[in-house]
Ligand binder design. Structure first.
Ligand code: ATP
Ligand code: MG
Length: 454
């Protein structure tokens, strides 16, 4: 029987207590720490449970002789313990060594003092520890900052960002995720030290960026800290203060972008698409005799630029491809006829065709009220036609065609390029509604096409 999410949560809580208890019975200190303490205090469900302890890695491992252990992080002091199918990560109290490259500590050293371990953590709200016996250990005012909804560095912000520049983006990420403000001194240091993000590997940037974009405060963070994004996405900089100069828009391009990001569901692909959908606009601007600007070809330009950015950020290929395709089609006004919808489906597939409804709605949400009713009607008509076509099971791809290569081989046609062409032509006619998707009819039509081709 499958267990629901609620059960998983309970299992996690029970597992956590068991691990803290086991370490305690063996004479060690042990606390849950970081994100899981923060989220528990906020009343939300933690992503993962990190445990911090004065036990050394080998001692941690020795406390769990019956458990499956994950030891690949042991060099950094982390032992993964699998308890009832859930992974818990227990890490020895650590002080990070010196940072010579703004990235990773040159070395990590263990310490017997919890406070030193908390001191190395990035923000006050992430630097609290808890166990049943001692209650909350909060050396830096994390709980008060949680109440004030503030992201504040532990220690001197500039120094902390110099040590590890990724923290600059993490500050924005937590501000977005938790919908918190960034405390003044920390915010000033974010702006002052932002260029250090250039020293950070693109994969690490990408991970924080995606998480930031999916936060509830993403639009606000984009508006408040545009310059930080432009450090690693310089292609976006021309959008700031860019007057769109058309009745369709009432917001400058960057504001429009931020609004469209917050208007769409918090999924990585969709949020990324909205961030990038108009990046090509500044390069495509023309102004007509009436002084109104146009942006012909901007979806293509944006898609081309998005491709470059997403490759550079080393995003998973499937995510990048999907995002680029949606950027390319974001402004495509599909005629709400079954034929046009089938054509679009044959080009982009079912998932993207569905997501286009959300993309176009979010784009419209961030535009002016000029001809708004008309735009919304077009989107609604497209959506209902799409549902109709999908519900009916209309054929829009070769795999749905009632005739395949094997059938043509059986009918005596040779394998090869021609066969591919004939199948593609049959599909085109079916999509256009000129031919029914019935085997006998398709075969008869194939015969005619072969005559035409040869
Ligand atoms: P999430 O719920 O999104 O996973 P989290 O707080 O658990 O949030 P992680 O990135 O998983 O965030 O990091 C776990 C903890 O490790 C943080 O709460 C913080 O205490 C510490 N930490 C992580 N990265 C850094 C860093 N670059 N500098 C200092 N401390 C860090
Ligand atoms: Mg975490």
């Amino acid at each position: 029987m499958s267990r629901g999410l609620g059960d998983v949560y309970k299992r996690q809580a029970a597992g956590r207590e068991k691990i803290l208890d086991t370490l305690g019975r063996n004479g060690f200190e042990a606390y849950i720490v970081g994100g899981c303490v923060r989220d528990s205090l906020l009343g939300s469900k933690p992503n993962d449970w990190d445990i911090t302890t004065n036990a050394l890695p080998e001692q941690i491992a020795a406390c769990f002789p019956e458990h499956t252990l994950v030891l690949n992080g042991i060099r950094h002091g982390t032992v993964g313990i699998v308890e009832d199918g859930v992974l818990f990560e227990a890490t020895t109290y650590r002080v990070d060594g010196t940072y010579s490259d703004n990235r990773r500590p040159d070395s990590v050293a263990f310490t017997p003092r919890l406070e030193e371990d908390l001191c190395r953590r990035d923000f006050t709200v992430n630097a609290m520890a808890y166990n049943e016996r001692d209650g909350l250990i909060d050396c830096f005012g994390g709980r008060s900052d949680l109440n004030k909804r503030l992201i504040r560095c532990v220690g001197e912000p500039e120094k902390r960002f110099e040590e590890d520049a990724l923290r600059i983006l993490r500050a924005l990420r937590f501000a977005s995720k938790l919908d918190f403000a960034i405390e003044k001194k920390t915010a000033n240091a974010v702006l002052k030290e932002k260029d250090r993000l250039l020293n950070i590997a693109n994969e690490r940037i990408a991970k924080e960026l995606l998480s930031l974009l999916c936060g509830q405060g993403a639009g606000r963070v984009l508006r408040e800290f545009p310059q930080v994004f432009f450090v690693f996405l310089p292609e976006l900089a021309p959008m700031l203060h860019f007057d769109q100069n058309t009745p369709y828009h009432n917001l400058p391009l960057w504001e429009h972008t931020a609004k469209s990001v917050e208007s769409i569901a918090p999924q990585r692909d969709l949020r990324l698409v909205m961030l990038l959908h108009d990046i090509g606009k500044p390069l495509c601007k023309t102004t007509d005799g009436q002084g109104v600007s146009h942006y012909r070809g901007h979806p293509q330009k944006s898609a081309e630029m998005a491709q470059g950015i997403l490759t550079r950020l080393r995003l998973p290929t499937s995510l990048a491809e999907e995002a680029v395709q949606l950027v390319l089609y974001h402004d495509y006004r599909c005629e709400p006829s079954a034929r046009a919808v089938r054509r679009l489906l044959s080009r982009v597939g079912e998932q993207a065709a569905k997501k286009l409804v959300q993309v176009r709605m979010a784009d419209a949400d961030a535009q002016s009220s000029y001809r708004r009713e008309e735009k919304l009607r077009l989107i609604a008509d497209y959506e209902s036609m799409l549902s109709e076509v999908l519900a009916r099971g209309d054929c829009f791809s070769l795999k749905d065609l009632e005739l395949n290569g094997k059938d043509l081989l059986t009918a005596g046609y040779p394998a090869g390029k021609e066969m591919g062409r004939v199948l593609a032509m049959l599909l085109g006619e079916v999509i256009d509604g000129r031919l029914e998707n019935k085997k006998a009819l398709l075969l008869a039509r194939a015969k005619e096409l072969y005559v035409d081709i040869v």
